[in-house]
Design a protein around this ligand. Structure first.
Ligand SMILES: NC(=O)c1ccc[n+]([C@@H]2O[C@H](COP(=O)([O-])OP(=O)(O)OC[C@H]3O[C@@H](n4cnc5c(N)ncnc54)[C@H](OP(=O)(O)O)[C@@H]3O)[C@@H](O)[C@H]2O)c1
Length: 329
């Protein structure tokens, strides 16, 4: 099969098209003929050599999410059959013509979405569900602040939290991105380059603070996040793009009864990911079928142009998701 591999740690140019054997699939796995694969910021970190894949994943084929058609099924599979169209969360190996997936990590393609649109969903929707709803316990009527509102994670979080009855605030790096996030359902987007988000949120919540903050920035944002949380607020970290070492006022954690948590999805086992998949199918997929939640696809590249697609992601120009099209293979 054709695959995009990381030839060595480095810039986008280290992504190269290569021939690889079609992966083996276990008794509890399906083999998917990939039509489209989503790109995520963790793929960029892996390409640079900063985010090694877990032992059970492909060592050099990146890619955490796919959509395609089931080509073969393991002997224990009863929920899927050959010919089913699915999208799926994988631990690596997604930038390839074929990918093996634990059956529980597959989801039906919602409604009439295309393979390209469906490939934009798994990584961000699993991550947001796990962090905002499972760990953050966001409830209807509460408020959520999402940093990086125009990211793939951000556009999923705005829509999922909105559909579940929360008020969503975001930060983003341009007025254009802010307007996009507001059109997608954010009550207010703060351009962090021209406005102090802490002051803006203080005003917007009339000093009451935010119930849940989903943060991928860390670093200098952390003391501001702590000050911006409401009593019993929850800060959830999914990355530390501005740095991992911070000083915070721990007395605020006590006085406001705050919870600080975080997680990484990729290294969790198939049972854990399957549980998230079933919750998504039950609680979020109906909104995708009805069109209340929409995929946000910014750019589509032929798979052979994976390097260009990574360059676009690193420019941070995009809003939403960037997808590789494997339809030509
Ligand atoms: N823990 C997990 O399980 C997990 C899973 C998936 C993703 N993640 C993390 O979630 C984040 C979003 O992922 P994604 O795939 O949605 O990314 P993405 O679409 O590339 O979006 C990242 C956005 O963050 C903003 N940003 C703010 N400060 C930044 C900085 N210092 N460096 C780079 N970008 C910065 C940029 O927009 P502005 O113009 O607004 O600055 C950029 O477009 C990433 O950090 C990723 O590693 C974590």
């Amino acid at each position: 099969m054709k695959a995009i591999i990381i030839t060595k740690p480095g810039g986008p140019e280290v992504l190269q098209l290569a021939d690889r054997p079609i992966p083996e699939y276990a008794q509890n796995e399906v083999l998917v003929k990939v039509k489209a694969a989503g790109i995520n910021r963790p793929d960029v970190s892996q390409r640079k050599g900063h985010y090694p894949p877990p032992a059970w994943a492909s060592p050099d084929i990146p890619g955490l999410e796919i959509a395609g058609v089931i080509e073969a099924v393991g002997s224990e599979i009863s929920n899927w059959k050959i010919g089913d169209s699915v999208c799926a969360l994988v631990s690596g190996g997604g930038y390839a013509e074929y990918c093996n997936v634990p059956e529980g990590q597959c989801l039906p393609i919602p409604g009439k979405l295309s393979f390209i649109e469906a490939a934009s969903l798994p990584e961000t929707f699993f991550t947001v569900w796990n962090n905002v709803f499972d760990r953050g316990k966001l409830r209807p009527g509460e408020s959520l602040l999402v940093h990086g509102g125009s990211s793939g994670i951000g556009v999923a979080a705005i829509q999922m939290a909105g559909a579940m009855g929360a008020t969503v605030y975001v930060t983003a790096g341009s007025d254009n991105k802010c307007r996009f996030c507001e059109n997608l359902g954010a009550s207010r987007a703060v351009n962090y380059k021209t406005e102090d988000f802490e002051g803006a949120l203080h005003q917007l919540t009339e000093g009451n603070g935010i119930d849940v903050i989903l943060d991928m920035i860390g670093g200098d944002y952390t003391p501001k996040n702590i000050r911006s949380l409401a009593n019993d607020g929850r800060l959830i970290l999914i990355n530390t793009m501005n740095g991992k070492d911070v000083a915070i006022d721990l007395s605020l954690v006590m006085r406001k009864r705050l919870s600080i948590t975080g997680s990484t999805l990729r290294n969790r086992d198939a049972a854990f990911k399957s549980d998230i998949a079933r919750n998504l199918e039950k609680f979020i997929w109906p909104y995708l079928v009805s069109g209340e939640i929409k995929p946000v696809v910014y750019g589509v590249f032929p798979a052979s142009e994976a390097a260009e697609a990574h360059s676009l992601m690193e420019s941070s120009e995009h809003i939403g998701k960037i997808i590789l099209d494997f339809g030509a293979f």
